[in-house]
Design a protein around this ligand. Sequence first.
Ligand code: CP
Length: 313
Amino acid sequence: MSWNRKHLLDIESLSAEEITTVLDTATAFKAVGQRAIKKVPALRGKTVVNLFIEPSTRTRISFELAALRLTADVINFTAEASSLKKGETLKDTARNLEALNADIIIIRHRAAGAPHFLARVLNASVINAGDGAHEHPTQALLDAFTIREKKGRIAGLKVTILGDILYSRVARSNIWTLTKLGAKVTLCGPSTLVPKVFERMGCRVTYNVEEAIVDADIINLLRIQHERQRQTMFPSIGEYASLFGVTKDRLKRTRPDVVIMHPGPINRGVEIDSDIADGDRSVILEQVTNGLAVRMASLFLINGGQGPAEVNS
Ligand code: CP
């Protein structure tokens, strides 16, 4: 078990062993979070910058809390109130943050590849918190952590990802993670949003929602990414909900132990009925809770930690 990376930019380049190291380290940090004193000094003296150029609730706040729990100093960069508005480039902005001794920069940006670009031009470590429709590695890691916690394993499980796959960075990172760990991944949604080319990533594509969910161990729902679509990809929200939304009727035709996941934010009544989102098969809020442990693990490993055995040392 080892970790030897300065950055966390994507899942595509990680090995199954590296992914497992993050998950096992997150398990150790989840235990730390259940103690009376939830803080450890692993990042004491380090400065972590949340450089979010796109909106976020869950990812930004859980990275902030993760860094605070590791005793780092944390700066939350607010794009709207920054000199980006005066035309300063991303590179100059990030280099100025580095001049203020930023050790780890967590970036969310609408442009795919923005984190990789910063990793090339900075000395600081870079974590990708979502780049366009490319990847969202810590979301996929927290999803895998949640699946492993609920089912005891990932290899051999049937995982259906249902919704807007084409524009989803969560889908891409989940596909890489789950296939590397041995799950059987099915993608489903409108044909305009689930191109067959995704089969090249090692998963199955179907446009028949009933078939996609009937024997799934996990159903991971994705919202329609209106902000990234350049044209209307289906006739109406109502038609999407009726053809692909997870309703009470559809849920009756799934396995009794199916786990319903969603990265958030959810659109109640569109991809998921409200009472299912809040129901006993849903782990949507547990995903958010697990995100804290996974992001603590990511920061810890990026800062030179080797794995779970070091969490309490
Ligand atoms: N899942 C997710 O990335 O949520 P936020 O956009 O709120 O960070």
